[in-house]
Design a protein around this ligand. Structure first.
Ligand SMILES: CC(C)(COP(=O)(O)OP(=O)(O)OC[C@H]1O[C@@H](n2cnc3c(N)ncnc32)[C@H](O)[C@@H]1OP(=O)(O)O)[C@@H](O)C(=O)NCCC(=O)NCCSC(=O)CC(=O)O
Length: 487
C-alpha cells in the first residue's frame, strides 16, 4: 500500500476554530499546577508551552458544532508531542466527568506520542482514570466521538483514542500502538509500511473511516442529528392495506432474488436522511455484507443493521464478522437509547470452514440473544429473502414487518428439497409446504405487519413504502403518534 497523502498538522487552537461554531468555545481548563515538577522539568514544561502556544498538551472545554453543544478534548502535538503527563491526564478526566454531569456529547481529537516519558508510570496509569470516566460517560447514555489526528500512538490510542461510539482518522494519519521509530530501535528492523495508516485501519475494520478535519463538523453534525436530536413527525405516506394475494411461494422466492429488487441501500437512499455508516467491528474485522448505520429513517433517529444483498455475491456470503458488526450496532443502540431497525435480506450465511472457526453459529445465537434482551424499541423488516440462521439472527424484534413477497425459511428451498427428496427439483413444492410466505408468517404470528407490493414498481417505490411503515411503527413504539391499522 502506498502512503496516502497526509493532511496538514493542525494545532489544537486551529482545530477548535475549524470544528466549533465561531465564538462558541469556552475553556474548562484551570491553570496547570506545576508544583509536582522539579526545577529542570518545570523548565521543560515552560519551554514546551512557549513553543506550542498552549499551557499543556490538551485543551478542553465546551462549544457548539452547527448549533449543538458539545464538550471537546483536543491534543496539541507541539507540546511535547501531545504526550500525556499527570496534569494533562487529570485535565482530560475532569473534562469527561464535567461533560457527563452536564449531559453533553463529547468529541475528542487526538495527536500524541502517548504517555509522557519524562513522567513515566504515574502518568501512564492515569490512562485508566480517563478510560473509567469515559465508560461512565457512555453508561450515562451520552455519545463519545473520536477523531484520530496524525500521529496518534501509544497509551492515547490504547485508551481514549479507542473508546468512541464512532471513530475516524485523518487521511494518511499514522495511527499505531507502538511508534515506528521505537519499533525499529527495539527490533532492528523497520515496522512494515502501510500498516499504521488511517486508510489501512479503516479497511481492516479497526476504525469507521477516514475523515479530514475540514469535514469533521459535517460528520459530527450527522452523528448528533441521530444521537441527540429528537424524532420528527415523519412525512412518508404509509401504504394502504389490502387483502394479500395468494401468490405461489416460489413466485415470491424468484421475485426476491431479482437483482433489481429493493435492498437496504435503497431503503437508506430513499427513505432516510443524514446516514452515517459505521464500518467494521472496531476489533479488526470488516464484512460489508451487513451495513451498520446511524440514520434518520422517515425522520426517526435509529441504528440500522441491514443485510446488504448486493454484497452477498457468489464467494462472499454473510460471515461471522458481519454478525459481529451487527452486534456492534445493537450495542450502540442499546447504550444510547436509540431504536434499532434490522433488515433481513439474505440468501443464507457463510457455509465454510473459516466461518465455522470464527464462530458463525455462536454469532447467530448471540445476535438472537442480544435482540431478545434489548430494551430499546426494536423493529425487524424482512425485505426479501430470509434464509436460514443468518435471517433468524436479525428477526426477534418487538415489531416484525415483512414486504408482501418477503419470505422466511430454515434454509434455501433447494436445500430443503435436497434433504427431503434428494434433489433440488422439489424446491417450489418445499417452499409452498414450509409456510415461508409473508401471508403465512402473518397468519402464524411471526410478523405483525405486511407492506403490500405493487407489480412492476421501482425499488425506490418499495423502499419508500417500507421506510414509511418503519417510521410509523417506530413512532408507535416510541410512544409518539400511535398508529393503528389492521394488516
Ligand atoms: C509520535 C511519533 C510517531 C511522532 O514522530 P515525529 O517524527 O513526528 O516526531 P518526533 O519523533 O521527532 O517527536 C517530536 C518530539 O516529541 C518527543 N516525544 C515523542 N513521543 C514522546 C513521548 N511519548 N513522551 C515524551 N516526548 C515524546 C520526541 O522525543 C521529540 O522530541 P525532540 O523534539 O526533543 O527531539 C514519535 O515521536 C513516536 O514514535 N513517539 C513514541 C510513540 C510510542 O511508542 N509511544 C508509547 C509510549 S508508552 C505509552 O504510551 C503507554 C502505552 O503504550 O500504553
Amino acid at each position: 500500500m502506498t502512503q496516502p497523502a497526509r493532511a496538514k498538522r493542525w494545532t489544537a487552537h486551529e482545530l477548535l476554530d475549524l470544528v466549533l461554531d465561531e465564538g462558541t468555545f469556552t475553556s474548562w481548563d484551570s491553570p496547570v499546577d506545576l508544583s509536582y515538577a522539579d526545577e529542570d522539568y518545570r523548565a521543560v514544561l515552560e519551554a514546551a508551552a512557549a513553543k506550542a502556544g498552549t499551557d499543556e498538551s490538551v485543551l478542553t472545554g465546551r462549544g457548539e458544532v452547527r448549533g449543538r453543544p458539545v464538550a471537546v478534548v483536543v491534543n496539541e502535538f507541539r507540546f511535547l508531542a501531545g504526550s500525556i503527563g499527570r496534569a494533562a491526564a487529570d485535565r482530560i478526566t475532569a473534562a469527561v466527568r464535567r461533560a457527563t454531569a452536564e449531559g453533553l456529547p463529547l468529541l475528542a481529537s487526538t495527536s500524541s506520542g502517548g504517555t509522557r516519558m519524562q513522567e513515566g508510570t504515574p502518568a501512564f496509569v492515569r490512562m485508566v482514570e480517563i478510560s473509567r470516566a469515559l465508560m461512565d460517560h457512555r453508561a450515562a447514555g451520552l455519545p463519545y466521538l473520536v477523531h484520530l489526528r496524525h500521529p496518534t500512538t501509544g497509551g492515547v490510542y490504547a485508551s481514549w483514542g479507542s473508546l468512541g461510539h464512532v471513530t475516524v482518522a485523518e487521511p494518511g494519519a499514522l495511527v499505531g500502538f507502538l511508534g515506528p521509530k521505537v519499533y525499529e530501535g527495539l527490533n532492528g528492523r523497520p515496522f512494515r509500511p502501510g500498516v499504521q495508516v488511517a486508510e489501512n485501519l479503516a479497511a481492516a475494520g479497526v476504525i469507521d473511516g477516514v475523515v479530514a478535519a475540514e469535514d469533521l463538523p459535517e460528520m459530527v453534525d450527522q452523528a448528533l442529528a441521530v444521537l441527540v436530536d429528537a424524532p420528527g413527525p415523519g412525512r412518508l405516506p404509509v401504504r394502504d392495506r389490502r387483502p394479500l394475494g395468494d401468490h405461489p411461494a416460489w413466485d415470491s422466492v424468484e421475485r426476491t432474488r431479482r437483482t433489481d429488487r429493493a435492498g437496504v441501500r435503497d431503503l437508506l437512499a430513499h427513505g432516510a436522511a443524514g446516514t452515517l455508516q459505521l464500518r467494521g467491528t472496531e476489533k479488526g474485522e470488516r464484512d460489508s455484507t451487513v451495513l451498520v448505520a446511524l440514520t434518520r429513517l422517515d425522520d426517526q433517529p435509529c441504528v440500522v443493521i441491514g443485510q446488504d444483498r448486493s454484497r452477498q455475491v457468489p464467494g462472499h456470503a454473510m460471515g461471522p464478522g458481519a454478525l459481529r458488526e451487527a452486534r456492534r450496532g445493537m450495542k450502540i443502540a442499546q447504550e444510547l437509547g436509540l431504536p434499532l431497525v434490522s433488515v433481513i435480506d439474505t440468501p443464507g450465511a457463510e457455509l465454510s470452514p473459516d466461518a465455522e472457526e470464527r464462530a458463525l453459529a455462536g454469532e447467530i445465537a448471540r445476535c438472537i440473544a442480544n435482540l431478545t434482551t434489548m430494551t430499546v424499541p426494536t423493529i425487524s423488516v424482512i425485505l426479501g429473502q430470509g434464509c436460514g440462521g443468518g435471517a433468524l439472527a436479525f428477526l426477534p424484534a418487538r415489531t416484525v414487518i415483512a414486504t408482501e413477497h418477503a419470505w422466511l425459511s430454515p434454509l434455501p428451498p433447494e436445500g430443503a428439497s435436497l434433504i427431503v427428496h434428494g434433489d433440488v427439483a422439489h424446491a417450489p413444492e418445499m417452499a409452498a409446504r414450509q409456510r415461508v410466505r409473508a401471508v403465512d408468517l402473518l397468519a402464524d404470528g411471526v410478523v405483525q405487519h405486511v407492506v403490500p407490493e405493487v407489480d412492476g414498481e421501482s425499488p425506490r417505490d418499495l423502499a419508500v413504502a417500507v421506510a414509511a411503515e418503519i417510521g410509523a411503527r417506530l413512532r408507535e413504539l416510541t410512544g409518539r403518534t400511535p398508529v393503528s391499522h389492521a394488516s
